[in-house]
Design a protein around this ligand. Structure first.
Ligand SMILES: NC(=O)c1ccc[n+]([C@@H]2O[C@H](COP(=O)([O-])OP(=O)(O)OC[C@H]3O[C@@H](n4cnc5c(N)ncnc54)[C@H](O)[C@@H]3O)[C@@H](O)[C@H]2O)c1
Length: 343
């Protein structure tokens, strides 16, 4: 399994997007974002996406020169037309707009219209939390008709509809949740297929509606399941209505659903309520107490939400990022197809 430093991987991926005729700032932003996903341990949203993104640029589905502009706004809201640019570019701009408005008026909501796949949502809410705000993001999309069953159903109806939510945390590391409302992110099924691994039970049904652990069934008419049964399903419905609804994309089940990521961001200034340093001290004390809670057999440590990502980032930042051989080979194929050398 190749192990590669974050800086080297970022350079290579930036060059691939550059060779696919993306402007320099766009190539840099997308490369940084994908490698950040690998650093934080979410390989499903990392450089494994490069071949697909390049194909999307080539087919015109992603428009790397698409203009990103505010099309409607008030003091505390904005609709950002992302011009079918990379979601990583549109979402980062969305955070900037939301944070700037919230810094002035305490809270802001931004909807992202005509936005591409944003990748790992945690990145954007952490950007807000590192500036002393609460950040919340939800997205629906990107497949028309959905890929996840409703609770009790065996047919496709919903997106994987992720939610991320962050607050300022301890030692500059925000505390955050970041997950799909399906049992896993779809990309994890591709990663399992690449690694030749079986899926845990409860993630997937095959095309006949039967439970399966074979990741390949996903690509043969399979349907994913919501997490925590009715609880994940209920959150997913709200994401379709809010993120899909506010962004104008609508729910994935509607026949005219466009192949975009309907997204919504909320930024809230913590010190509109409490001094942010007092909030951080409270979070530190709460974290300390959480970690001293009695543990179940086999549990070595109680972690905070977000902690696995911070730890992975530290470890992979110093030791390098391990990539499955198949992911590396597909990156190489894409690079070579664009005339780049890849050794
Ligand atoms: N753009 C999209 O359309 C899209 C769709 C789905 C998912 N995603 C992304 O995929 C990624 C993975 O999603 P997922 O559903 O597989 O997430 P997951 O099941 O890996 O859960 C990750 C979350 O759980 C927390 N966590 C994990 N182990 C923990 C522990 N022991 N203690 C405390 N907290 C713990 C993590 O800090 C993180 O907040 C996310 O980054 C998500 O944004 C993106």
């Amino acid at each position: 399994m190749p192990i590669i430093s974050a800086s080297e991987l970022t350079r290579r991926v930036r060059d691939v997007f550059g060779a696919a005729d993306c402007p320099e700032h766009v190539s840099g932003r997308v490369a940084e974002s994908l490698v950040e996903a690998n650093l934080t341990g979410h390989d499903s949203h990392g450089v494994i996406r490069v071949p697909y993104y390049v194909r999307s640029v080539q087919s015109g589905r992603i428009q790397p020169r698409g203009e990103i502009r505010i099309v409607r706004e008030s003091a505390t809201t904005a609709s950002l037309d992302c011009g079918h640019n990379f979601g990583q570019v549109g979402a980062a701009r969305g955070v900037e707009v939301a944070v700037a408005k919230a810094q002035e008026h305490d809270i802001a909501v931004v909807a992202l219209e005509r936005c591409g796949h944003v990748g790992r949502l945690g990145e954007y809410v952490v950007m807000a939390a590192q500036q002393g705000l609460m950040g919340l993001m939800a997205c629906n999309g990107l497949s028309q008709g959905g890929i996840v069953a409703p609770f009790g159903g065996i047919g496709r109806a919903l997106g994987t509809n992720p939610i991320a939510w962050a607050v300022p945390g301890v030692e500059g590391k925000p505390i955050f949740l970041d997950y799909a409302t399906s049992a896993c992110a779809q990309g994890k099924i591709q990663v399992a297929a690449d690694k030749g691994q079986e899926l845990p039970e409860g993630w997937l049904l095959d095309k006949n509606g039967q439970p399966t652990r074979d990741p390949h069934d996903q690509f043969d008419g399979g349907v994913m399941l919501p997490f925590a049964q009715h609880k994940g399903y209920a959150m997913s419905v709200l994401v379709e209505l809010l993120a899909g609804g506010l962004s104008g994309a609508g729910p994935a089940l509607l026949p005219d659903y466009p192949r975009v990521q309907g997204a919504m961001l909320i930024a809230l200034r913590i010190d509109a309520f409490q001094p942010v340093d007092a909030f951080r001290e409270m979070a530190a004390e709460f974290s300390r107490l959480l970690k001293t809670t009695p543990r179940a057999p086999g549990c070595e440590e109680i972690l905070l939400p977000g902690e696995p990502e911070w730890r992975s980032k530290e470890k992979r930042g110093s030791e390098g990022i391990p990539l499955p051989q198949k992911t590396w080979d597909r990156l190489q194929e894409t690079a070579v197809s664009l005339g780049l050398e890849w050794d």
